[in-house]
Ligand binder design. Structure first.
Ligand SMILES: [Zn+2]
Length: 154
């Protein structure tokens, strides 16, 4: 009888242990499901970001191609124009262009340099007024070549 009671006690203990393990298994399975849901969300985000990246890269490449086309056209135009400019004036322009952040010559409009927006007055304006039409004049402020037109206001 004592052996039967011991066996029954051991069986009850094993049944409790099995129940506890089944509870633990359920808890682990719930954690796995939660982790899988988080992972699926991350995968979806990653796919979305990859799609957005591909779109932006395509836009960038298209813009770069457009800029390359514009640059080629500008270089062709520049070659045509610079071919008709005396070499000493072209050299002066290049020098001023380097100093002037890419702009070597500026229109003089209403006595104002379009390169730096300084309005010429006094002796600076007199010098421009007295200059021959083919004299090369420089802006006293930004040192760019001043291009005079009918709109120069002098
Ligand atoms: Zn200027």
């Amino acid at each position: 009888m004592k052996d039967v009671a011991a066996l029954e006690s051991e069986l009850a203990s094993l049944a409790k242990r099995l129940s506890d393990l089944e509870d633990q298994e359920l808890a682990v399975m719930e954690r796995v499901e939660t982790a899988e849901a988080v992972l699926a969300g991350i995968d979806a985000d990653r796919a979305s970001i990859a799609g957005e990246t591909a779109t932006l890269e395509a836009e960038r490449d298209e813009a770069a191609a457009g800029l390359a086309t514009e640059r080629d056209a500008a270089e062709r135009d520049r070659a045509v124009v610079s071919g008709g400019v005396p070499s000493d004036l072209l050299a002066l322009y290049e020098q001023r262009r380097v100093r002037g952040a890419g702009v070597g010559a500026a229109l003089l409009r209403q006595r104002t340099c379009s390169g730096c927006n300084m309005t010429l007055t006094g002796s600076d304006l007199d010098r421009v007024r007295r200059a021959a039409p083919d004299d090369v004049l420089l802006c006293p402020e930004c040192d760019r070549i001043l291009v005079r037109t009918d709109e120069s206001g002098i």
